[in-house]
Design a protein around this ligand. Structure first.
Ligand SMILES: [Zn+2]
Ligand SMILES: [Zn+2]
Length: 365
């Protein structure tokens, strides 16, 4: 029986499911299972004490009755559950095809970088500063724009809907460009951006780790982008339109982070409203995002995914995802709202009714 380089033992296949006793990073053993065939022949490895597909989203979690079977194994052990060892040639072939790789914790756990902030004090402090900047700027924008934000007519006006819609499209495009940039393995030696890329690329090694931490911490992960967007307002401090747009963009960006996590959440744990958003195409669905985790060259946008057909075309026919020009386009996209705020107001105007003053709001910005 395959011993998984010493990191998993007592492996057997029972009811089309590989079950092993796997060692986690601190040396504790626990039972783990993975439906044979769920990883589509790409192999199964011990990832931090859990059996996981070596490529793409960890479909092991989709194993039939996953939690119940693990709980049963933990309570009664493998003999009670299995009642037999696998002996048929077909089942032995399945084990061979599962191609379970050795090394386990040492190999996969060592590469796991999705939680690198705790390993890198510099990166952790950069993210803390970014979150503080984002929260402070967002509150400041809300205070400065409190008149429109508390006006129900403004909130339901064409102007507000246009700004909200634009922010959704903008954040989707930005998420795609950010993802192409951070996925680039050829720029991990760059200052500042390199460690960020390295940490982000750990998501390909352990895709489902994204669902393990707290929601609050997860939603703060992209704040270094929000912080730069917020600071760029200083270039055009007079523009109310820019502030209003960034209020919506900050909200959209929070949803973008949520969308990525929800795309990795097991259907068992998915909220009904998230399933509705997936089925209506308002957030990327797990199936849509899974395509990215197979080749890493497609479906880079992780919010609504609306711009993915265009980005997929661009990375295939215009510039390879590893081309550093994508980094430039990402930064240009970040600066676009501020640059455009100097141009002519094209967003629908709104005539505020407060104080009896009839002023076209667009002229504020
Ligand atoms: Zn990726
Ligand atoms: Zn992902």
């Amino acid at each position: 029986m395959n011993t998984f380089g010493g990191s998993c033992s007592q492996c057997s296949i029972v009811h089309w499911t590989l079950q092993c006793l796997c060692v986690d990073a601190v040396g504790d053993s626990s039972w783990s299972i993975c439906g044979v065939g769920l990883c589509k022949g790409n192999g199964i490895a011990n990832n931090g004490g859990k059996l996981a597909c070596t490529v793409g989203i960890n479909q092991c979690l989709s194993t039939y009755k996953y939690s119940t079977r693990i709980a049963y194994l933990e309570t009664y052990g493998p003999i009670e559950l299995g009642r037999r060892q696998i002996l048929t040639k077909y089942e032995n072939d399945l084990i061979a095809n599962a191609n379970v790789r050795g090394g386990g914790v040492g190999d996969v756990g060592g590469k796991k970088k999705s939680d690198q902030h705790s390993n890198s004090p510099l990166l952790a402090s950069v993210h803390s500063i970014a979150t503080a900047t984002t929260v402070f700027s967002f509150l400041l924008f809300v205070i400065l724009e409190r008149r429109v934000l508390t006006d129900i007519q403004w909130l339901t006006s064409t102007r507000a809907l246009a700004l909200a819609g634009l922010s959704v499209v903008y954040v989707d495009v930005l998420s795609g460009l950010l993802h192409i940039t951070l996925d680039n393995p050829t720029i991990t030696h760059w200052p500042l951006l390199g460690p960020e890329c390295e940490a982000f690329q750990g998501h390909h090694v352990a895709p489902n780790d994204i669902t393990r931490g707290t929601w609050l911490r997860h939603l703060c992960e992209a704040h270094f982008v929000n912080a730069i967007l917020c600071i760029s307002v200083l270039v055009n401090r007079k523009s109310a339109t820019l502030r209003q747009f960034l209020i919506f963009a900050n909200v959209s960006s929070t949803w973008m982070m949520a969308a990525h996590r929800l795309a990795h959440t097991h259907p068992r744990d998915m909220w009904w409203w998230a399933k509705t958003l997936h089925s209506t195409g308002l957030l990327i669905s797990p199936a849509h995002h899974s395509a990215h985790h197979i080749t890493y060259t497609t479906n880079f946008a992780i919010f609504t995914g609306w711009c993915n057909p265009f980005l997929n075309f661009a990375v295939e026919y215009i510039g390879h995802p590893h081309n550093p020009l994508w980094v430039i386009s990402f930064f240009l996209c970040m600066l676009a709202p501020t640059a455009l705020s100097f141009g002519r107001e094209r967003i629908p105007q709104y005539k505020p009714s407060w104080d009896g003053v009839k002023v076209a709001e667009g002229k504020q910005g």
